[in-house]
Design a protein around this ligand. Sequence first.
Ligand SMILES: [Zn+2]
Length: 282
Amino acid sequence: MSSTSTPTESSCTTVSEPCAEPSAKKAKLTTSDFEMPSIVVFVVGNQKKVLQMPRRIARESSDLIDAECKDLSDTAVYIKLYPNIPVEIFTLFLVWLSTGDLNNAEEFASHPANPSAVDLEDTSKKLNQLAQCYHLAEILIARPFQNYITDQICKYLESLVDKDDLLEKTIARNVPLVYVDGQKESKLKCLLEDAIVASTTNLTRCMPIDNPELEPMVLAFWNGVAISAIRRNKELEDGRMRFPLNWGEERRCKYHEHKNDDEIMDCRERRLEKQGRMCIDQ
Ligand SMILES: [Zn+2]
């Protein structure tokens, strides 16, 4: 059987560095390494679970926390209340803050050992968790977390392509969550709409409206899909609009939130480096 994949040599040659990770810094320790760290206290969920995180780490990842802590003394206790965020989702954020990887979270829905046993319940739950994390990142103005989640969603949706409409149905199940705020623009919506369009050449509405309350959300979703489909012809000519979606855009990060062009350049460089490493490894 012939393969239609395109050569990727050009992207490999851009990387000349070896693929080893940078080694950890070996700085000498001082008193300050043993001082009680300033913390942020989060009171989360309807059960009011009290969680905490070193303030420095939280400030680095969240513009909201950073701004609010700016004028606080180190000894002042900073408390944030999030009664409407499920503890499970907030925990995923804290796990990511401390380890950089959601898969280290017990609560995070993992793939079943047997890939053919994946069903719509599993996939919907996983996308649901990721979308809730995305919304939390928006609330906290935590761009690194948001972009990490975006990448996870891209990767996950890609793994569902060609699996009996599982991708379309999984997205359809999560439309009420993602489109709850109707017309508000979001890169997550754009990503889901593009994923639908990129995964199929035969667009059919996979979601009947059986609940009048959901109607505006479903319509907003299909409206977005229709606009994405119109754009597709042009994008395909430029070699974009196909999986993996987040690498498709040449000059900008279509689905990422970045503060300025410098951040976009950094992100692109990191991505090319990673792609190059993958090429070398193969
Ligand atoms: Zn980016």
